[in-house]
Structure formats: structure tokens, C-alpha cells
Design a protein around this ligand. Structure first.
Ligand SMILES: Cc1cc2nc3c(=O)[nH]c(=O)nc-3n(C[C@H](O)[C@H](O)[C@H](O)COP(=O)(O)OP(=O)(O)OC[C@H]3O[C@@H](n4cnc5c(N)ncnc54)[C@H](O)[C@@H]3O)c2cc1C
Length: 340
């Protein structure tokens, strides 16, 4: 029987983030002996939050050295927990912190790793994972004989575990760090203020802006400042997540007067991201295949484009509004602001 370790790190406030709770429910669904391994400055509060998850034990590596993401200390902590747990399968949320170290940890343990995993399942005692290849065009189901098998589970693919808090007894795992492990010091984190952060993976709605917002409009002029205001007002009112076509983000890279808040991180598509929002609204974007392939997991799709022959009209969207997105979005913002 497999020994399944759910390996999570705490956030700066000592809590467990949603991806960690999603990984926990995925690990639980496999059956088998479950061990929780936690890394962070102080892991007791996190362990208490998931005390009723049914784990046979809780292992913890804690202390100031483990408060922030740092390869050497995180890898040492993860390796020590995996060994102490005797884990054959390790499921970890694919956070940026864990993604950096998991492959190295698997190597140190003589195991194997799979990243970008979107599902784990077990049938007749055999564990399988699902993973997409070739820019999300093909899905594979994989099994491995090698153990330990370290699996980085993507966020947003499983329901987060919910259950009663309690009092967990955490077994301390000691990690001996050399000075060399502590050479890197995290001096701070630069991140946009919460209301400037326009990529919101948990939002129900994806709002995509295309290059049309910066193009010459029927009056012979471009209206980029108006476009910026309409888009930002909509995002502020709805808390939707912002995506972009490649053409629009490429314009930003070329130094043209474009939407100041747009970066390559917003790009959706073949060479961009493949987000998982419930609904999507595309505006001023032609809906070409390399773009719409990134909408694979968006179930309800609508688009606003002046061109009735755009890609969205060719089976890519459920509803296409052949209309001026400036006028439509101004009206939509007005209605939402008025609570309608
Ligand atoms: C190998 C490869 C990989 C690629 N990868 C990606 C990718 O990952 N993501 C991606 O997006 N693209 C990708 N592309 C590029 C893609 O093929 C398109 O060129 C790009 O998506 C076009 O962007 P767009 O629709 O915003 O711009 P355009 O094609 O310029 O379309 C602008 C649209 O805005 C409309 N419009 C203008 N004004 C208004 C208005 N007032 N109201 C309503 N509509 C208006 C126009 O009718 C037009 O349809 C890739 C291409 C290649 C070759």
C-alpha cells in the first residue's frame, strides 16, 4: 500500500493557502495511509486547521530559517519530511515556492517527479496522474513504478478540503542546516497592490482585451486612454481576471502607446496561458485559433467584435455581439455601477 504524503508550506501569516487544501483533498481521495508534512516559520496553526483530515501523523519543519522561500532550506526541509514519512507518493501544491524545489527533492530521494499535474486518481491500488501536453492539446494519463513519486498538483483542479479545525500533534522533524544553506537572504517581496493585481485565477470571469482596443476607431482616431478606463472600471466593478491577446501584449513590448497595465503574463493562448475561469468575455480580439486554444477550459464564452466574420463567429464562442466594444463596455459598466 502507498504511503501518501501531502507536503505543504505555510503562508506568511501561518495559514495554508487554497492550493494546499486542494492538494490535501486530492491526496485523501487516493486512500492509503496519509501523512501531512508542513514547512514554515510556525506550522502548528496550519496543522490545527486540518487536524480532522484523517492523517495518521503530522510532521513539521519549522523555525525562522523556513519562513521564506529559499531553495536550499526548502529542499532540505522537504527531503527530511519525505524521508521521515517514508512516503511513496508525495503530493504538493504547484506553488512557485514548491515548483522550484520539488524536482531537486525527487532527485535527492532517488525518486521521480511530475509537474503541472491536473488530477490524481487511484484504481485497484494503482495511482495515476493526468497531465496535458503540447500546449494543452493532448491529455495523458500516466503511472509510474519508481518511488517516491513527487507530484506537483496545479491549483484550481480539485475542490479545497473542508473540515473542522482541532488540535493536531505535530512531530518535529529536525533539519541540520549548514551556513551554505543560508547564503541566500530574501530581502523583500515586490508585488503590485491587491487592487492593481489584474490576474485573478480564482475569479469566475475572464475578461480578455485584444489589440482592437488600441486600433484606429471609426472616427479615424485611437482612443487608448478611454480603453484603459473602460477596462479598469470593469475589472474594479466585477473583480474579473484580465487576459490579453498576443498582439496586444506584443504592442506593449514594442514601446507603443498601449494599455499600461498589460504584460506578457496576461497573454492567453498557444504561447500564453490556459486559465480555468467559468466564463469568458472577449473584447476587440479577433479570436484566432492560436488565441482561442487558451480558452479550452472556459466553458461559457462570449465575444464583442465589430467583425461578424471574426474567429469567434466560427464556433469559438457561444454568443458573439457584433458591436463596438467601447459602447458596449461603457453601458455595461454603467449598469453594473447602478446595481443592475
Ligand atoms: C506560433 C504562434 C503562436 C501564437 N500564440 C498566440 C497566443 O498564445 N495568444 C494569442 O492571443 N495569439 C497568439 N498568436 C497570434 C494570433 O494568431 C493572433 O495574431 C492574435 O491573437 C491576434 O490578436 P487580436 O485578435 O487582439 O488582434 P487583431 O487580429 O488585430 O484583431 C483585433 C480585433 O479587434 C476588433 N475591433 C477593433 N475595434 C473594435 C471595437 N471598437 N469594438 C469591437 N471590436 C473591435 C477588430 O474587428 C479585430 O477583430 C500566435 C501566432 C502564432 C503564429
Amino acid at each position: 500500500m502507498e504511503t501518501i504524503l501531502i507536503l505543504a508550506h505555510t503562508e506568511t501569516d501561518g495559514s495554508l493557502a487554497k492550493p494546499a487544501l486542494e492538494a490535501l483533498s486530492a491526496a485523501k481521495a487516493l486512500g492509503g495511509a496519509l501523512v501531512v508534512g508542513l514547512v514554515g516559520e510556525n506550522v502548528q496553526a496550519a496543522a490545527n486547521c486540518i487536524a480532522s483530515c484523517g492523517a495518521a501523523k503530522f510532521l513539521g519543519v519549522s523555525g525562522a530559517d523556513f519562513s521564506q522561500a529559499r531553495y536550499a532550506t526548502d529542499a532540505a526541509a522537504a527531503e527530511a519530511i519525505c524521508k521521515a514519512a517514508g512516503a511513496t507518493i508525495v503530493i504538493a501544491p504547484a506553488t512557485s515556492r514548491w515548483n522550484r524545489v520539488l524536482a531537486g527533492v525527487a532527485h535527492r530521494l532517488g525518486g521521480r517527479t511530475d509537474t503541472h499535474v491536473t488530477a490524481v486518481s487511484a484504481a485497484n491500488g494503482v495511482v495515476s496522474i493526468n497531465r496535458w501536453y503540447y500546449r494543452q492539446r493532448m491529455e495523458a494519463v500516466l503511472q509510474r513504478a519508481q518511488r517516491p513519486w513527487v507530484i506537483a498538483l496545479e491549483a484550481g483542479c480539485c475542490e479545497a478540503w473542508k473540515g473542522a479545525a482541532g488540535s493536531a500533534s505535530v512531530e518535529v522533524v529536525t533539519v541540520n542546516l549548514t551556513d551554505a544553506c543560508k547564503r541566500t537572504t530574501v530581502t523583500g517581496i515586490r508585488a503590485p497592490a491587491a487592487d492593481q493585481q489584474t490576474i485573478r485565477p480564482d475569479a469566475n470571469l475572464l475578461f480578455v482585451a485584444g489589440a482592437g482596443w488600441t486600433k484606429t476607431q471609426p472616427d479615424g482616431k485611437a482612443h487608448t486612454p478611454e480603453a484603459e478606463k473602460l477596462i479598469l472600471d470593469f475589472l474594479r466593478l466585477t473583480k474579473a481576471s484580465l487576459g490579453s491577446s498576443k498582439s496586444l501584449v506584443d504592442l506593449s513590448g514594442e514601446g507603443q502607446a498601449v494599455l499600461s497595465f498589460m504584460s506578457h503574463l496576461h497573454q492567453i493562448g498557444q504561447t500564453g496561458s490556459t486559465p480555468r475561469h467559468l466564463k469568458g468575455l472577449s473584447t476587440c480580439c479577433h479570436g484566432e485559433e492560436p488565441h482561442t486554444v487558451g480558452w479550452r477550459f472556459v466553458n461559457e464564452r462570449r465575444a464583442i467584435d465589430l467583425n461578424p466574420n471574426c474567429g469567434w463567429a466560427r464556433g469559438k464562442a457561444d454568443v458573439l455581439y457584433v458591436a463596438d466594444a467601447f459602447a458596449v463596455m461603457a453601458k455595461v459598466n454603467e449598469l453594473i455601477a447602478a446595481g443592475k
